[in-house]
Design a protein around this ligand. Structure first.
Ligand code: HEC
Length: 469
């Protein structure tokens, strides 16, 4: 039942406490199940082996330790500290493992009078499934804690070209804010405090933005006085305080991180401040733990940049074949802008479909005059990072606009001189984030536009041709 139970709104401290034993406990079932397998194997191989008496007790403690571990893992899952697809798969792995082991135990202890042989075979099958499941599940768990390519990161044969070495500064040259504090903020705060989602009016993507502060207008840091600095104040509030940052369901700042921020503010909160040759003892002790992690995450970032480059090359390659121009979007680093070639190649719904594997990478899509209709909007609706969509002079009549309702960043739509109809444009009411729509030269009539404008005061519906990219 575990995977189907509703998750609690707030996590219960005691249960989280118990759940956190999961990473400790899980080593027992792994070893025990493998031992049970080994001794069972010996038994099969050598009928009356003198270790056969061990199989029963081993199986029993395998079942018990697995049960305890799975429950612990489940409590941890309910705490909300771990989320995502990988975590779900890991949870399911635990559940399957439990079922396979129960199956094995059932057939092992079932009375054997008549069908002894069948019992044995069923037992072996279930135990083998348990063996495979425990390995897959523990690998998934390892991936959750150590990251995707922890195992292969240093495997020589898999990485033929040596990645560019990451420039590692000497510790004393490190900038306290930029090199040490900011990565933590990126990790733990930016998901809610960025250009697109600035909770409390606060953006935390640069030092300058941090200085601006949020809606409360309290300064985030006051030189030499951590207690008056809103940033420090918010991260040190008690767990259950409403104003605690990050909010309760997210990974909080740890002691090291808080100590570092305290020290930095205490010393003057200067951006240029370097760690220096002799930071206070408490800080240098902390750094020993902190730096390896930091360097690791820098390496990761570096690798992601390299991957982006090779992806860009792949996209440029494809763009030639399908007749579009795909380039990195200077306005949104890391994303791509798609536009027509000059002179334009013939572009239809199928061409748009070919972009689908890369859907999340596009920030702009500009297909003026393309031979596409509302079906293409279905595939465009998968481009979750799309901000600007220019489809003037296309066959779009607006029926498919509804497919765009999940595009949370989409702001501008140009449909001038398309087949946009009165019926079609009404779908705009589903697109809550869109700010500007161009409808020049379409079949929509003024009365409908006026009604729509009254209904959607925050959307600019312009009877203009509008730009395209
Ligand atoms: C899950 C989303 C989320 C995360 C993650 C998050 N915050 Fe917030 N933050 C909010 C919300 C919502 C508000 C507005 C309500 C309030 O002021 O408590 C807010 C407000 C703030 C404010 C007050 C801004 C003002 O002037 O009113 C500060 C300071 C702040 N956050 C700091 C942080 C820090 C530091 C982190 C990272 C350790 C962080 N937040 C992570 C959601 C988040």
């Amino acid at each position: 039942m575990m995977p189907f139970l509703p998750l609690p709104e707030e996590s219960n401290g005691l249960l989280v406490f118990l759940g956190r034993f999961h990473p400790l406990l899980l080593h027992f079932p792994i070893v025990l199940i493998l031992l049970t397998l080994t001794f069972t194997g010996l038994n099969v191989y050598q009928k009356s082996s003198n270790v056969s008496f061990l199989v029963g007790p081993l199986l029993l403690i395998s079942v018990i330790s697995t049960l305890v571990t799975v429950i612990g893992g489940y409590l941890l899952f309910r705490s909300g500290e771990y989320q995502g697809e990988l975590v779900r798969q890991h949870l399911w792995g635990g559940v399957l493992l439990m079922m396979a082991l129960n199956g094995a135990a059932f057939f092992y202890w079932r009375p054997r009078q008549h069908i002894g042989q069948l019992n044995r075979i069923a037992y072996l099958i279930f135990l083998l499934i348990a063996g495979v499941t425990v390995m897959v599940t523990s690998h998934l768990g390892g991936t959750i804690t150590h990251g995707q390519d922890f195992l292969t990161e240093h495997m020589p044969s898999l990485r033929p070209e040596t990645p560019a070495p990451v420039e590692q500064k000497e510790p004393e040259e490190l900038l306290v804010f930029e090199d040490l504090i900011f990565p933590v903020i990126e990790d733990k705060c930016q998901s809610c405090h960025n250009q697109y989602k600035s909770k409390g009016g606060l953006i935390m993507t640069s030092y300058a933005e941090l200085q601006k502060g949020g809606d409360s207008e309290k300064p985030l840091f006051v030189a030499n006085t951590p207690s008056k600095s809103e940033l420090y104040h918010r991260i040190t509030l008690p767990e259950d305080h409403d104003d605690k940052m990050p909010p309760i369901e997210k990974t909080p700042m740890n002691k090291d991180e808080i100590a570092l921020i305290h020290w930095w503010i205490q010393t003057g909160a200067e951006v240029e401040m370097k760690l220096g040759p002799e930071p206070p003892d408490s800080i240098s002790m902390m750094l020993e733990r902190f730096l390896p992690k930091l360097y690791q995450s820098e390496r990761l970032k570096m690798r992601q940049e390299q991957e982006l480059e090779s992806l860009a090359a792949e996209l440029v390659d494809m763009s030639d074949k399908i007749g579009l121009v795909i380039e990195l979007d200077p306005e949104y680093p890391g994303f791509f802008a798609v536009s027509m070639q000059i002179p334009p190649a013939s572009i239809d719904n199928l061409t748009v479909r070919k972009l689908k594997p890369y859907a999340s990478l596009f920030s702009k899509l500009s297909l003026p005059g393309a031979d596409i209709d509302d079906d293409a909007l279905f595939d465009i609706g998968k481009m979750t990072n799309l901000r600007d969509l220019y489809l003037p002079k296309t066959n779009v009549n607006g029926e498919g606009l509804i497919y765009l309702r999940n595009l949370m960043l989409l702001e501008n739509i140009n449909l001038s001189n398309s087949r946009l109809s009165n019926q079609g444009i009404l779908n705009l009411i589903h697109l809550t984030k869109v700010k500007t729509v161009y409808v020049w030269g379409t079949e929509t009539d003024t009365l409908v536009l006026q009604t729509l404008r009254a209904h959607l005061p925050e959307v600019l519906i312009l009877e203009e041709e509008g730009a395209y990219y």
